[in-house]
Write a protein that binds this ligand. Sequence first.
Ligand code: NAD
Length: 515
Amino acid sequence: MHNKPFRPEPFSDFSKPEVAAAFEQGLATVKEQLGQRYPMIIGGKRVDTGESIASVNPSQPDQVVGYAARGGLAEAEAAVQAAVEAFPAWADTPAEVRARVLFKAAAIMRRRRHELSAWMCHEVGKNWAEADADTAEAIDFLEYYGRQMLRLAAPQPLTPYPGEENHLYYRPLGVGVVHSPFNFPLAILTGMTAAAIVAGNTVVVKPSTEAPVIAAKVFEILEEAGLPPGVANLLFADPVEVGDYLTTHKEVRFINFTGSKQVGCHIYELAAKVQPGQKFLRRVIAEMGGKDAIIVDGSADLDEAAAGIVASAFGFSGQKCSACSRAVVTADVYDQVLEKVVARTRALKIGPATEKATDVGPVTAERYQKKILEYIEIGKSEGRLVLGGSARPGGFYVEPTIFADVAPNARIAQEEIFGPVLAFIKAEDFEDALRIANDTEYGLTGSVYSRNRANLERARKAFMVGNLYFNRKSTGAIVGVHPFGGFNMSGTDSKAGGPDYLLLFTQAQAVSEKL
Ligand code: NAD
């Protein structure tokens, strides 16, 4: 398998009846298994404290998706120790063998594809297409990082030098911690974990408390793929209880974090402090939030632009770091674009994530719904509400919401809301649009819709985001195709799914022998 070049996993085409039927089967399989209990996995052993984290279906909050055993400091310590013990043998395992575990896990995920997606429909409220893309991305990370490790393990090109034999080896760092976010509960957890372990490290994985069940599924798969006990340890816990303990642990050499700016900054600061007995500088990979803008100018195909804005703003209810939360449109076409976006948004079907016809499901948790509704209230004093603005009953639903005539410095134009709330901002001209788009503390993704070559080339240089797209939506980065990571307060720009990512989990050793 790995001697074939990496190619991204195609998305499922649900317009084909047999594909839709297979997805329905995945949903049925999950329904039979709702409400089960998931222990932690530490050193290969199932650990249950008797305490629980209940994971509920946001489309139907009286339905429990599963119960995760809730750990605390004792389990966090046990997980670190298990990772410490497993490290020497795993680091010594040939890279090819480590990579093979990833390729096998990818094959298992491919077989269980619709079931895994169905877990996400139930656990976080992704609709069919969003869940399918998440599963495809998880498979891609496994296939891609496996191949990248084989590349790094091969002899590295060094300049020949007379009388010496020289090599550069990429060695693992040691024990790390993975904190994954709720919004790509399969892909990001899998990618962050797979990269660290294929490079020869061992890890404690502490998933989002909103998505423990899908994390347990990943661990089932890694185990079946032959990952030795202790290489990846699964800890379910309240991050407030165990987060700082793990961040400052003297055995923890790196933290791989994806989540909010606030938590990322906290970890970054705390991790920098060298603890008594600590013999290394701890690395932090922190991928954080966004306030992503789509710019549209007068030369653009306005229908394409409107379609891209709607897909980017309201896909998975705007709960993507790459979601468009600002449409920055030049004055000449502002009213037209607004009208087209409103019309398309009005046509979106809101409903339970498990239903095939649903475009926009719920947001993932009640506390997120509450926060988003608070921002909508703020928005009412900062802009003109043209669509949506309310919750819907039955689940944690928030209507796709559009505010027009928002000032660039308004709170809803500056702060990450992480929900289906879009601010329209009028720009005088293209230069003004670029200035507005760049004027937040973030710098994750951005798009430009234009047919003006000079404008596109100007944006290529001056639009300061880690992932810049022309004439396409701002979401949907593909592993290996669009290495992903942001500038400024969007994070450390790790470029997940890119050729440089694994370097973050290795230290290079140059070995020189005199002949
Ligand atoms: P979050 O910051 O609440 O949580 C992220 C992870 O960190 C979770 O596992 C959580 O349990 C853990 N955590 C929370 N407090 C902690 C602490 N004190 N110490 C250690 N770990 C702690 O984020 P979220 O709500 O799960 O995810 C949404 C956020 O993630 C948004 O801001 C979004 O933009 C961002 N995100 C960024 C990217 C990216 O690639 N840049 C990708 C996805 C999501």
